[in-house]
Design a protein around this ligand. Structure first.
Ligand code: GDP
Length: 208
């Protein structure tokens, strides 16, 4: 059984100064607001309850930590809002989200959720700029891929792959849909690879 099924809410912080000590391993979920980030988290954890926690009024602008194993966390960062948001609000997102991804020493990888119909937004590019000096691996979920035809989805996959291949070597990308359960195994495997979970590995067969 995947360790993601044992997920439980750990803590919430509104300010980068209040982050818990950086020990263990963390995988962060980031995305523009409405990208499908909460749905992806809930689908991957096979939970309904997490939505309740991460959508609790007041907590959507917090960093929410979910424990999935001993010193292993999924970290839900606030959804980055629209370009038209007031400058002070944008500055706060930059400080909280940018501050976390640039300085968090136990950050093992970033799951970046992009709407497959509108990938590589200004926010997504900002995220890669923040992460570039750290070299943190980024796995892109092209979400809501059920809304695209097979050809459109393949084209989105290729074009995002080509763009990232030129600018951010440590990336991977896949199609994803919470509604149609597309890409769950691939995304789960990536998270478990980063968090060092081996509970899914079969015991070696004698003589192999
Ligand atoms: P968040 O703001 O990034 O956390 O986005 P949500 O997970 O709340 O999703 C935003 C909207 O997109 C909601 O109306 C969801 O029902 C819808 N949505 C999320 N994932 C999918 C998906 O895989 N397929 C489709 N068709 N809609 C989705």
């Amino acid at each position: 059984m995947s360790m993601l099924r044992n997920i439980e809410f750990a803590t919430t912080v509104a300010d980068a100064r209040d982050l818990p000590p950086a020990h263990g391993l963390e995988v962060a979920f980031v995305g523009r607001s409405n990208s499908g980030k909460s749905s992806a988290l809930n689908t991957l954890a096979q939970r309904r309850r997490m939505a309740f926690v991460s959508k609790t009024p007041g907590r959507t602008q917090h960093i929410n930590f979910f424990r999935v194993g001993p010193a292993r966390y999924l970290v839900d960062l606030p959804g980055y809002g629209y370009a038209a948001a007031p400058a002070a609000t944008r500055a706060r997102w930059d400080e909280l989200i940018g501050g976390y991804v640039q300085t968090r020493s136990c950050l093992r990888g970033v799951m970046l959720i992009m709407d497959a119909r509108r990938p590589l937004t200004e926010f997504d590019r900002q995220m890669f700029d923040w992460l570039k000096p750290t070299g943190t691996p980024v796995h892109v979920l092209l979400s809501k891929s059920d809304k695209l035809s097979r050809q459109q989805a393949d084209a989105a996959l290729r074009s995002v792959g080509a763009a990232l291949g030129r600018h951010y070597p440590n990336y991977s990308v896949q199609l994803f849909s919470s509604t149609r359960k597309i890409g769950i195994a691939e995304a789960t495997a990536k998270i478990l690879e980063w968090l060092g979970d081996d509970s899914n590995k079969k015991p070696p067969v004698k003589g192999e």
